[in-house]
Write a protein that binds this ligand. Structure first.
Ligand code: SF4
Length: 358
């Protein structure tokens, strides 16, 4: 196992944002897994307070109010085993063919968080100790053509990597596959331990970014956008220049029609151009802000003081085939935003591919 402490204290490495939980809980089933023992060694080497639970259920995570429960949960790492249901994968268009999970929950505090309404119960960060079984299961979903697997639907895998090492395991696994390709995305920046992995071009590393006022106001607990872009630069640089030589991507999300949005997003695109001033395999994913009745209700409990615009009156309702409702920007706003991003990206990054706008 690599020395995690180096990542924290190395004078050469740029300083990175590392989340340290106040409590680390292990279920008995997680401790029976050899990979659970590896996670245990990591958290022991970081001197984090560890509790071994008597049962496999997580209890005692609720506070006196919803806000207390949120605060307790977001400071807690729980090492558990993924349930049998998680071995049946679901598609995740337009991002990838399949999604799989190495963890659920995220230590950051984004006031628009995509997880709100998707995961039930207190937002504790659960990581899965049966990772080798989770990876073995993926082979059955790999087709005879390139098949992509998204690992960041329910977590920010880089945000907890110093505690788990699970993202590196995934990258190594996909480096050995013929048709399997991994995709992950993050708002953190501690990429040192990923740079030398044998990825074989089968992992696309993406960083999620936003305009400065959106990131500063709404993305608590994350690395700054400038640090994320430096991390992406290091992942994308060729190995001969000390980088990771990975295919990379930008997820610009959630795009918000804030005051002076054109100026702020132009600055963001300028920063991306500066960070990626060399040829690389680059993609863009463009996601406009949206919310559902369920996510709004959860977010208002988590962030009661938030100034995030979730006014249904100014949005258009979009229904999915399962009868779910989401609130998106109206058609004119969508068209204007889309035209701006597609035009600017094509002009600045002729080698970049825009994968989708939504
Ligand atoms: Fe939610 Fe992603 Fe922010 Fe984590 S980084 S709080 S998953 S939006």
């Amino acid at each position: 196992m690599y020395a995690i402490a180096n990542n924290i204290s190395s004078p050469e490495a740029p300083s990175t944002r590392l989340w340290m939980p106040e409590r680390v809980l292990f279920t008995p089933a997680a401790l029976e897994e050899p990979y659970g023992q590896q996670i245990l060694s990591r958290v022991q080497s970081l001197n984090l307070p560890i509790e071994e639970l008597a049962r496999n259920r997580l209890t005692g995570l609720r506070g006196e109010s919803d806000r207390d429960t949120y605060n307790i949960a977001k400071r807690t790492l729980a090492v558990v085993t993924a349930p049998p249901s998680s071995f049946k994968l679901s598609p995740i268009p337009p991002s990838a063919d399949w999604q799989f999970h190495i963890a659920e929950g995220c230590p950051a505090h984004c006031q628009y968080c995509y997880l709100a309404g998707s995961l039930s119960g207190p937002p504790v960060i659960r990581v899965f100790a049966n990772l080798p079984q989770i990876l073995e299961n993926l082979a059955a979903y790999e087709g005879s053509d390139a098949t992509s697997f998204e690992v960041s639907c329910y977590t920010d895998p880089l945000g907890i990597e110093h505690l788990t090492g699970s993202l590196a395991e995934c990258i190594r696994y996909f480096g050995t596959r013929t048709n399997g390709y991994l995709r992950w995305v993050s708002k953190f920046d501690a990429v040192d331990e990923l740079l030398d992995l044998p990825h074989n071009g089968h992992t696309r590393c993406r960083i999620s970014v936003n305009a400065d006022p959106v990131s500063r106001r709404f993305e608590g607990g994350t690395a700054s956008v400038a640090s994320r872009l430096q991390a992406l630069r290091r992942l994308a640089l060729p190995r001969s220049s000390g980088g990771g030589g990975y295919p990379v991507g930008l997820v610009i999300a959630p795009i918000m029609s804030i005051e002076d949005w054109e100026t702020h997003y132009t600055r963001l695109l300028d920063s991306i151009s500066e960070a990626l001033d060399f040829d690389c395999d680059l993609t863009f994913e463009l996601i406009s802000h949206r919310f559902t009745p369920g996510s709004k209700e959860v977010l208002q409990t988590w962030y009661p003081q938030s100034k995030l615009d979730m006014d249904e009156e100014t949005r258009t309702v979009k229904r999915n085939k399962f009868g779910g409702t989401k609130y998106v920007y109206d058609t004119d706003t969508m068209k204007t935003l889309r035209r701006f991003f597609e035009g600017e990206i094509t002009k600045r990054f002729p080698q970049g591919r825009i994968l989708y706008w939504t």
